[in-house]
Design a protein around this ligand. Structure first.
Ligand SMILES: NC(=O)c1ccc[n+]([C@@H]2O[C@H](COP(=O)([O-])OP(=O)(O)OC[C@H]3O[C@@H](n4cnc5c(N)ncnc54)[C@H](OP(=O)(O)O)[C@@H]3O)[C@@H](O)[C@H]2O)c1
Length: 246
């Protein structure tokens, strides 16, 4: 990949591209969101994101998973994308272990309904026990099922207390949380000002129609400023790294 910002003549690979100082606050992990969208802002194409991707984007996706202590994803995306368990490649596992991280990060699913497929490989083949983040008021039978297949973090009342749930992840030693969407949970967590970093891939295509963007559903109480720290390009795809600003 070509690094356009900061300017560099040197070729960078995806592992170098995702490396950064991510110092978490005391009470929760550093939360980095990774999303892809078309040039006209569509994050969903025919119900999925995959149609937008490229080899380089998939590589960045896997390398970002490599730096994460925990992966966060909402249930809508798990269902739409047929999520499987995390399967880091050997060199990613080795790099994680050398940094003192678990070989495989757990995936935490955010759900209100707790309506998840417990027989799916996501749960049955996970190397790192999955986590279910929900509310204490979720259906009791489903919560009991969830406890058989995952660690359950049920905090808040009728609604999930996301700050407290992230606090639990931090208490478990997770310093970097990779949020993989989708747009609804992104909107909620940006609304709560709980996202520190945005890695946005711009796919070189136009989708048209009424695109669903990378955030939806929640009008932010105030505009969130972003600072652009890195721009990479490969095959006309742009890889943008932003942090909150100011
Ligand atoms: N372009 C990209 O990079 C990208 C990345 C990810 C996903 N996507 C696409 O985005 C689409 C899915 O996004 P989406 O916005 O429809 O759904 P989503 O954000 O993935 O998931 C929404 C679900 O999350 C749970 N949830 C969200 N907020 C909650 C809250 N406050 N309390 C409790 N549960 C909560 C609910 O699960 P329950 O229904 O179980 O209660 C809700 O139905 C898919 O088409 C996917 O392919 C694109």
């Amino acid at each position: 990949m070509r690094r356009l910002l900061p300017p560099s003549e040197k070729h960078v690979d995806a592992a170098e591209a995702v490396a950064a100082d991510r110092t978490p606050p005391d009470d929760r992990p550093w939360v980095l969101l990774n999303m892809i969208a078309s040039v006209d802002g569509a994050a969903v194409v025919e119900g999925k994101s995959g149609g937008l991707g490229s080899d380089a984007d998939r590589e960045v996706f896997h390398q970002l998973r490599g730096v994460a202590d925990v992966i966060l994803v909402a249930a809508g995306t798990v269902r739409a994308e047929g999520y499987g368990p995390a399967r880091p490649r050997a060199e990613v596992r080795a790099a994680r272990v050398s940094r003192g991280q678990a070989e495989v990060p757990p995936i935490a699913v955010i759900t209100g309904s707790v309506n998840l497929d417990w027989s799916a490989p996501f749960f049955t083949d996970a190397e790192s026990r999955p986590i279910v983040i929900t509310t204490p008021e979720a259906d009791e039978e489903r919560l009991a099922q969830a406890r058989k297949h995952a660690d359950v973090i049920a905090l808040g009342g009728r609604r999930i207390d996301f700050a407290a749930a992230l606090g639990q992840l931090r208490a478990r030693g997770h310093e970097v949380a990779l949020l993989e969407g989708g747009p609804s949970i992104n909107g909620i967590l940006y609304g709560l000002d709980l996202i520190d970093e945005l890695n946005l891939t711009i796919a070189p295509s136009l989708v048209g129609g009424d695109p669903i963007g990378i955030l939806r559903g929640v009008a932010l109480p105030e505009r969130r400023g972003l600072r652009l720290l890195q721009v990479l390009e490969q095959d006309s795809y742009l890889f943008l790294r932003y942090v909150r600003w100011p």
